[in-house]
Design a protein around this ligand. Structure first.
Ligand SMILES: [Zn+2]
Length: 227
């Protein structure tokens, strides 16, 4: 690509976030081989997922996801690197990809503000950062819509959602969040951003709070969706 990238790669090889092979100069974060294997989510799958996860409660006006989340596959490995290994540039990379894919879809949504779904403060203290915030930074690079990560905070420790079914997740997440008192969200269309949407319980709960406090419409964008 250019001399400096080549030189940097020689001394400090960049590795694929999924398979760990050395990236060549024009590859970024994920090698072409892995990138080819990642499944994009098409609009009919998004429509089905919306029906399944969001339609009944009518909190989320519309939603978009970029990749299909499959266990033990590329997307899971890449997001794991972002979540647990401080690979912040992966968040930016994923957010920029998401931003390019969503840029036309969200035209009619008229988004005023992007909010990353927050981590619980204990989890954040433990890990030191919220991976979704880095995704929203990448999104902002493409969409130029302001990001605000201060509006929603988690107030109660929620246990890991991994082994819970839909009902249990709903209970687990209930009242886990609060809005900061000075949040200026009245009449605003807000895009909530998460790395992976599984049941949608977390974004629904955040959305409910924002609507209660006067937000106009809530939309959701995720890097990946799990069935
Ligand atoms: Zn790879």
């Amino acid at each position: 690509m250019n001399f400096f990238t080549d030189l940097a790669d020689f001394f400090l090889p960049r590795l694929c976030a999924s398979c760990k092979t050395k990236l060549v100069a024009d590859e970024n974060v994920v090698c072409y081989h892995c990138l080819k294997k990642i499944q994009r989510v098409d609009s009919s799958r998004i429509a089905i997922q919306y029906l399944r996860k969001f339609q009944e409660t009518a909190i989320i006006s519309d939603f978009y996801a970029l990749y299909l989340f499959e266990k033990e596959k590329e997307v899971q490995r890449i997001i794991h690197q972002l979540k647990y290994n401080h690979r912040f540039h992966i968040g930016k990379f994923l957010g920029e990809n998401l931003g390019r894919a969503i840029s036309e879809v969200i035209q009619p949504w008229q988004i005023d503000m992007i909010i990353p779904v927050p981590l619980h403060h204990l989890k954040k203290a433990d890990r030191g950062y919220n991976q979704s915030f880095y995704i929203t930074k990448g999104l902002n690079n493409i969409l130029h819509i302001p990001v605000n990560q201060r509006i929603i905070k988690r107030k109660r420790f929620t246990q890991s959602q991994t082994n819970l079914d839909m009902k249990e997740r709903e209970q687990n997440i209930k009242n886990a969040f609060a809005l900061r008192r000075d949040s200026k969200i009245k009449g605003k269309n807000i895009l909530l951003v998460d790395d992976v949407v599984t049941t949608g319980a977390t974004v629904r709960e955040c959305g409910r709070l924002l609507l209660d406090k006067g937000a106009n419409k809530i939309y959701v964008a995720a890097v990946a969706i799990a069935d």
